[in-house]
Ligand binder design. Structure first.
Ligand code: FAD
Ligand code: UQ1
Length: 441
């Protein structure tokens, strides 16, 4: 790895004859493995590879000072955890021996095995792992950011962003009577279970606060189903019915009028629009891959996702590029649990390639998991693969609501993430599943 600095000083004569100086910084870096994005996927892969390589052989480019454990956002919304437990300083979790460049990649030049950052740095790599996640496009819903900025008074809240999550509980606690609406957008989303988890927690909170009989609760989803896996969907439809939550399908939020506390929804089948009054409106934002990745059309599919082979996450055109996590087009549910299962497979394939070998055994089967909180103290732990078939870890029927699964999500998952996954030691529950089923699965 080397870094060369060029400082170019440009003198400009402007029309009014004043002279200004602009310094353009160019630093050239070179590394064996470049990881773009230091979220769940980038950090855990950095930790795995750091064990095999020298100081600074691996670079992670990540703009944020803070690293979030996003699955905790749902628990914060329900008042089960506090915001301070959801994040750590990036500098404290960057794997030892990995060089952190605090910047964003703005351009990909895969034919030259190089990227350019927003500061103008050039990073050349032998191999690259793209782990840029999804961005939250609240701005695609008119009036939304304005309403979120005025929470809790506006009644509009969202667990999805660290910027807004702390206002969810106060918003739910403010509720006195009227409509409480929970949305699911017309786009891919990370953790597709989260929009309904917060709905179930809110329903339980309203019961605890003795305002449930004054609440008309609706879960309004752009999807034609409550959940993508049939067997869990059956259970969830029953949960929603038991809780008297109206479920509206194929409908998405398009506009909010914060001053009137009204929301406009569009039916995706007949395109008709309806306006609903709300006291509480929980927004799940439309999501997409980051604009810098979308712009790299030679790397992405039409929807802007990194185009990879679904069983090893190697790029379809550039063999020295791999992807992991939410930004790839592998058709799994976008979760940390999926990232964990992918990490082992990607590590084996990429490491073999870097060593001049070929990995033949390891295959990602699309495993993803979603702990569907159905209230305080209950959870349906969904686990499934590319075929949307159940792939459950525990020798119990996980389609049923369970206190134990709730404890797993609340107590076991955060330390597992911070201590095992971010140190490269958690590859998902496959090993435990085999053990608990006595090798029969
Ligand atoms: P991320 O962790 O989002 O990381 C992407 C990183 O890329 C970010 O740090 C970002 O700053 C960086 N980046 C973006 N653009 C650039 C750029 N141009 N240059 C450099 N870096 C860039 N999963 C579960 O398994 N279980 C759950 O219960 C669960 N609940 C969830 C609840 C909520 C409310 C949310 C929001 C998510 C939940 N998830 C859950 C999903 C999980 O958090 C994501 O699937 C996971 O974080 C994906 O990891 P990633 O590395 O792909 O993306
Ligand atoms: C998981 O592996 C994981 O990643 C660390 C999660 O993200 C927080 C999860 O929510 C779940 C449920 C799993 C799967 C783990 C087990 C033990 C079933």
């Amino acid at each position: 790895m080397f870094a060369v600095k060029h400082f170019v000083r440009v003198n400009l004569n402007s029309n009014n004859n004043s002279i200004s100086k602009i310094s353009i910084r160019t630093i050239n870096h070179q590394c064996r493995l470049l990881i773009v994005g230091g979220g769940s996927g980038g950090m855990s892969m950095g930790a795995k590879f750091a064990k095999d390589y020298k100081q600074d052989d691996i670079i992670i480019v990540e703009p944020s000072n803070l690293h979030y454990y996003q699955p905790m956002f749902t628990l914060i919304g329900g008042g089960i955890k506090t915001f301070d437990k959801s994040h750590r300083q990036t500098k404290n979790i960057i794997p030892k021996k990995v060089k952190w460049i605090q910047d964003s990649v703005t351009q990909f030049k895969p034919n030259d095995s190089m990227v350019i950052t927003s500061e103008g740095d050039k990073i050349s790599y032998d191999y690259m792992l793209v782990a840029m996640g999804l961005v939250l496009n609240y701005n695609q819903i008119k009036g939304c950011e304005e309403a979120l900025a005025c929470a809790p008074d506006s009644g509009v809240c969202s667990i999805y962003s660290p910027k807004y999550v702390s206002q969810v509980l106060p918003t739910l606690e403010n509720f006195k009577s009227g409509n409480a609406l929970f949305t699911f957008p017309h786009s891919p989303v990370k953790c597709p279970g989260a929009p309904q988890k917060i709905c179930y927690l809110a329903e339980h909170l309203f019961r605890k606060r003795n305002v449930r009989d004054k609440a008309n609760i609706s879960y309004i989803t752009a999807l034609p189903v409550i959940f993508g896996v049939k067997e869990y969907a059956k259970s969830l439809v029953k949960v929603a019915a038991k809780k008297k939550i109206n479920v509206k399908y194929s409908t998405h939020l398009v506009e909010i009028f914060p001053d009137k506390k009204e929301a406009v929804f569009q039916n995706l089948n007949d395109k008709s629009c309806t306006t609903e009054k709300y006291s509480v409106l929980h927004v799940t934002p439309p999501q997409s891959t980051p604009p810098e990745l979308k712009a790299a059309t030679h790397l992405t599919n039409e929807a802007g996702f990194l185009d990879v082979k679904k069983h090893n996450l190697q790029h379809v055109k550039y063999p020295n590029i791999f992807g992991i996590g939410d930004c790839t087009n592998s058709p799994n549910s976008k979760t940390v649990a999926a990232v964990a299962a992918q990490s082992q497979v990607v590590y084996k394939h990429l490491k073999a390639l870097m060593d001049g070998k070929v990995e033949k055994q390891s295959k990602y089967d699309g495993y993803a998991s979603c702990p569907l909180l159905t209230g305080y103290g209950t959870c349906i732990l969904a686990e499934f693969d590319y075929n949307l078939e159940r792939k459950e870890t525990f020798p119990i029927d996980q389609r049923k609501e369970s206190w134990l699964m709730y404890q797993l999500k609340k107590e076991a998952m955060p330390p597992l993430y911070w201590h095992l996954m971010l140190n490269g030691y958690w590859n998902g529950p496959e090993f435990y599943r085999k053990m608990l089923h006595l090798g029969m699965v």
